[in-house]
Every structure is written in C-alpha cells, then in structure tokens.
Design a protein around this ligand. Structure first.
Ligand SMILES: [Zn+2]
Length: 180
C-alpha cells in the first residue's frame, strides 16, 4: 500500500499469536493496542525463556528491542473508542489469554465486526459451536462467540472471521487498494 510502518499511528493486535503479531517491531512510532492478559502472558513466556504454543520468543524479543509503545485493554474494560466509527471490543479470554476485536462503521460496507480468531470461520459458530485447535479457555471462548453473535444481530453487522478463507476471497486486498 506504499505506507511505511513508521507512518502508522495505531496498531490493534487482536492477540499475539505468531500468525497475527509477527512484524509488530516495524511499527516503532505507533501505539500498539493489545489485551492486558495477552500482553502479560506473552511477557511471562519471554521472561521464562519458554516457547509456548503459538507465541514466538524471538518475536517478543524483537518487540522489546524495538521499544514499542503498548496500550492495554484491561480485563474489565468493555471497549475503547479509538476514533469516530472505530471501536476496540474486549472479547476476553478464549482462543488466547486475551482477545480484542474491532467494530467499524463503514459508509460503504455498513457495520463490521472484526472477530479475528475469536471466530475462525463461519463454520466455527454455526450450525453449532466448533472450537479451533488452539484454545486457552473453552468457556470464555463460547461466551465470546455468543457476545459477537448477539452484537452482530443487534447492530445488523457483518462478522469478518480470523481465518475465513472463503470470505477472504471476496475482500479487497492491499494490492487492490483499501477500505475507506
Ligand atoms: Zn490465534
């Protein structure tokens, strides 16, 4: 997109798994927003010198060495209004220690809920709940799916899934442009 990572002001990291948080170290002028429990968990595995599941020690090392600016969403914080029309949602523990997502009001697309890995694909939530292979808190996960489904119904929103390959095909890719 011809945007330098250094020109980005805000990065919302839904969680810190390898396939979502690699390369955060390039966003040195941004505030990186992450769930507080996710941040603590990742820093604990770093301190213990442990490779833990989907968290990569050398990724965390790169973030620390790049002196990133972090802002965390507390466990009991309902949401954070980032800018008009963009709200950070707190999904709590489930797929990971602490998951966050986004609710976006788009003029062209209506209301969107970016669920990230709280809901992998359409099949994860319907016709019945189906957890992903990586799960930290199964009860928390089921609650977060119900929360997202309820919110989507209430706001007549479209859910964008974390790993919805089929859905992804219909999205505008960075090579084609971006969403306003
Ligand atoms: Zn994940």
């Amino acid at each position: 997109m011809d945007v330098n990572p250094k020109d980005v002001d805000i990065v919302v990291a839904s969680h810190l798994h390898l396939d979502h948080a690699g390369c955060l170290e390039y966003f040195t002028n941004a505030t990186v927003i992450v769930h507080d429990d996710e941040f603590s968990g990742a820093m604990k595995c770093y301190a213990r010198n442990q490779q833990e599941g989907a968290y990569i020690w050398s990724d965390i090392d790169a973030w620390i060495k790049s002196d990133l600016t972090w802002q965390t969403i507390a466990r009991d914080q309902d949401h954070l209004m980032l800018v008009s029309g963009v709200k950070v949602l707190n999904f709590g523990s489930g797929h990971a220690w602490g998951m966050i997502g986004l609710e976006i009001e788009s003029e062209a697309l209506g209301t969107l809920i970016l669920a990230s890995d709280a809901i992998y694909t359409q099949e994860s939530m319907a016709p019945k709940l189906q957890t992903s292979r990586i799960i930290y808190d199964s009860i928390g996960w089921a609650n977060s799916v119900e929360y997202i489904k309820r919110l989507a119904k209430e706001k007549n929103a479209e859910i964008w899934f974390g790993h919805g390959g089929h859905q992804f095909e219909s999205f505008r890719k960075s090579t084609d442009g971006y969403y306003e």
